[in-house]
Design a binder for this molecule. Sequence first.
Ligand SMILES: Nc1ncnc2c1ncn2[C@@H]1O[C@H](COP(=O)(O)OP(=O)(O)OP(=O)(O)O)[C@@H](O)[C@H]1O
Ligand SMILES: [Mg+2]
Length: 248
Amino acid sequence: MKVAVVGKGGVGKSTISALLAFYGVSRDRDVIAIDADPDMNLSSCLGVRNDVTPLVEMEDLIAERAGGGGLVRLNPKVKDIPDKFYVEKNGVKLMVFGTVWSGGGGCTCPENAFLRQVLNHLVLDRDEIVLVDMEAGIEHLGRGTGEGVDALLAVVEPDRRSIETKLRIEDLAADVGIDSIYTVCNKVRGAADREFLLEDLDEEPLGFIPYSEDIRRSSQSGEAVSLERSSLRDSVKVLWSGLAREVM
Ligand SMILES: Nc1ncnc2c1ncn2[C@@H]1O[C@H](COP(=O)(O)OP(=O)(O)OP(=O)(O)O)[C@@H](O)[C@H]1O
Ligand SMILES: [Mg+2]
């Protein structure tokens, strides 16, 4: 299962990626979580406090693989990269990409060529479950990688703008070869929120994650999110099962 988590800024992409990763590990699955967000908040949601050097900053490595001095190798060798550069935390293999895709999808700098190839390898060749915590846009994915992604999981919250962002992302998905798009509703505080979302969404969401004081507190203290609270575990279980049903 290869899932890219997308959505408007602040909707909870990193939180939900981390919750899914922990849930997968609790079910004895191998999970690689990819932090492809410049703020690197997936790392913090997973409980990684020490600085992890993002791949994008590994200049020597990128120059060696993807070239430098104006010559870019578009298909650099990267098969050894995941096992060399993941950090394992609470059972999850985390890879930190760092700020990626500056200059948009068309950028052919060595950093982009390298990271794109690593992502491509992860979604196409690896057996683990791969969860990619992305920025709002998906244009940079590229067709090859997009076709390897089984599902785009769009996070929305009970707010019109997050739904508009989701609709824009859907329009872009086909361009990169992704045709399976699912929605999860986050920060849901009650029946009124649910109704609002059900009315405004075109399709049935795969799950509803409640607004949780525990999540809020963990992000204040910089601790890992936790599934311990049964209401969260249950709602993440429903989301996981929905994804599994659709893509596995
Ligand atoms: N279900 C929830 N209940 C309470 N707070 C939540 C919930 N989900 C996310 N949050 C809080 O909302 C904020 C944004 O969450 P998160 O960082 O996961 O969003 P994001 O979409 O990854 O943001 P960004 O676009 O900046 O990467 C955080 O403070 C987080 O703790
Ligand atoms: Mg984030």
